[in-house]
Design a protein around this ligand. Structure first.
Ligand SMILES: [Zn+2]
Length: 231
């Protein structure tokens, strides 16, 4: 444990943990988010609809059965704090928690039997080493737990060669998201209903780049679930 950890542990004795949404001290039994902010999460509830703004991002590009977006990403809003904590404050657990919460909504929404497996968007190897976990897989494991669907992190991989090529220039990196992911050789995905998960949906380009190799591998259908979506 380094000095910084000692210091933050010491502080938490004096100051209780604060809610990521409202900064108020968390009541006993609450973790990261207070009951009021949990209740007021900016949920999209679009999982109840077949067509919606997030589905539009994929229409005409790749066939996606369901685009399931838990919350709206609003600048300086609670989800920005949650995602920041998940990615930069070593808080894997909040991703799992969000996955569980969304999983319960999806069960109530009739998705109890819709998927054969969950596949998280793979993280850059370097970033995985640095962070120690894949934030998309954290969310996926919460969903997996509640939906009782296995999460597989070994099926979809990043193409390391293209990854190192694209690091050379920013422009090329954007153009080259396509082809960066592939299905691990020798893995049979045929006839599976796959739920691809990520933390945020913005333009959809990363998810589309993941969808293409999965669909080529002969899966039955592909759906997407994300913690937060940018309108
Ligand atoms: Zn709060």
């Amino acid at each position: 444990m380094n000095l910084h950890n000692y210091f933050t542990d010491f502080l938490s004795l004096i100051y209780p943990n604060l809610c990521l949404g409202c900064d108020d001290p968390l009541p006993k039994g609450s973790k990261y988010i207070c009951p009021k902010c949990h209740y007021n999460l900016p949920k999209t509830n679009t999982y109840k609809l077949q067509d919606h703004i997030f589905k539009d991002k994929f229409d005409g590009v790749v066939p996606i059965a369901h685009v399931l977006v838990y919350t709206y990403f609003i600048k300086n809003g609670i989800m920005q704090h949650v995602l920041h904590d998940l990615k930069y404050n070593d808080n894997r657990e909040i991703g799992v928690m969000m996955g569980r919460w969304f999983g319960h909504d999806l069960l109530l929404g009739g998705y109890s039997d819709s998927f054969d497996m969950i596949i998280p968007v793979p993280l850059h190897t370097e970033r995985l080493k640095k962070r120690g976990y894949n934030q998309a897989a954290a969310f996926g494991s919460g969903l997996s737990e509640v939906l009782k669907v296995e999460q597989r992190e070994d099926l979809l991989i990043r193409n390391k060669y293209i990854e190192s090529q694209t690091r050379k220039s920013k422009v090329r990196r954007i153009q080259n998201v396509e082809g960066i992911f592939q299905v691990e050789r020798g893995k049979d995905l045929s006839d599976k209903s796959v739920l691809l998960v990520d933390d945020v949906l913005t333009t959809g380009s990363t998810l589309i780049a993941c969808a293409e190799p999965l669909l080529r591998a002969g899966i039955k259908n592909l759906s997407i679930a994300v913690m937060a979506g940018v309108k």
